[in-house]
Design a protein around this ligand. Sequence first.
Ligand code: ADP
Length: 463
Amino acid sequence: MKKNIGFLIFGAILGLVALSFIQGYLINNTYELEKKAFVQETKRKIFRFDDNVAAFDSIYDVVGSFVVDQMIDYKLNRLKKSALLDSINIVQESVNAKYISLCQETFEKQNLSFPIKFQKRLKSIIILDSIKNDTLIFNPTKAETLFLLGETFDLKNAYGINNSQTTTDIERTYEENGLQKAINLEFQIVIQDYFDIEGWETEVLKRMSGILALSVLIFALVLGLLYYSIKSLISQKKIADVKTDFINNITHELKTPLATLGLSTKMLRKGSDKPELINATVNTIERQTVRLQKLIDQVLDNSLGYHEIQLNKENVDISNYLNTVLDDFELSIKDNSVVLNRHINTDNHKILLDKFYVTTAIFNILENAIKYNSGDVVIDFKADFTDNLIILISDNGIGIPNKHHSQIFEKFYRAGNKEVHDVKGLGLGLYYTSQIIKAHGGEITVENSIQGAAFKIKIPFKA
Ligand code: ADP
């Protein structure tokens, strides 16, 4: 059964992990799709530059004619390639601020709910010489494109759009040695636009918030149901185990008196002319009947819950009361090897409690200290009074392993170690004790101790 539950839990957890992976995979796919759709939509929106076409064109004209001039100077050997590229900075500085504000103005018109940056980069310039080979002025690898206009940003997360290639053929005149000469310039220029959306992840996640919330909710629900099912499965199993133990224990307890009763009945049936023998048999029957009655009473009484216990409280002097309880206990044990140390520091304080029940509770703990001994028994009984009555009872017996502490006050619960198995019991004493203390508004706890077991009882002053 234990193995089955283990497998079941393992299977359920495995299923949940698999489900989480599938869900994660689907969410990731949705995220990628949403991201794609968002980028496409943004692309479409920011390309509606129609309103500002003239303003943009005038900037492009300034830059274009400057670059053409530089290329002509290059073709006339008046400028080097590197100087040509460096000179682009000059025109850039003069128009870039205007270009950026124009871009932002255009984006604002689209009512975008997120900030966006735009940039133009030069991919290549090639002078197409008809006679010689074409001259590559600038034709770098993808990563080394040249910043032309717009705002600066890291290209790693940016989106490249609108790769435009233009081929132009221009006739220009220039002066040389006082003469006007004509020059022809045919070139190809490739420009790439990039845009960068700040916080696009948040924007995409915002769009997915519905599906995300729903999947988190479903996942939490499945997790909660699974947790609840496993928890109740374990507790059902625990209850079943505890009940089986209880039935075994009580059967064991009933067997001896029943066997004796059976034997006695047989003897009586056979008949005897010896009155002493009849008398002794009747006495045995009586003793065993009382024993059976006591056993039944114990099960019935000790099974009461705290709300079923009818308290009959009285104001008692704590010190007197506890000393009387301990005196009675010492009288009830016929074993001289039990040492009971008393440290009762409650002065003349009084408290409201039901003497009968609290005595039963204290007796249960003291009797257990003897039952679960590991040789000579030494019990320390301490009582203090601050705002509450605090009683600490510790022994030097077999002790209670920490893993049982949380269950030790449950009905029928017995720590399952071998030493406990050898001691008779129904697992009701501590349950009943805890219910009595609870009925007084107090609490009982089992304390960690290096040797033996220790119990702490707290009963509030105004119980
Ligand atoms: P029972 O003694 O009939 O089993 P109790 O409710 O009195 O039932 O105790 C429950 C369990 O707590 C015991 O079976 C035992 O395992 C453990 N226990 C209680 N008192 C002690 C103690 N003083 N020392 C060691 N174990 C204890």
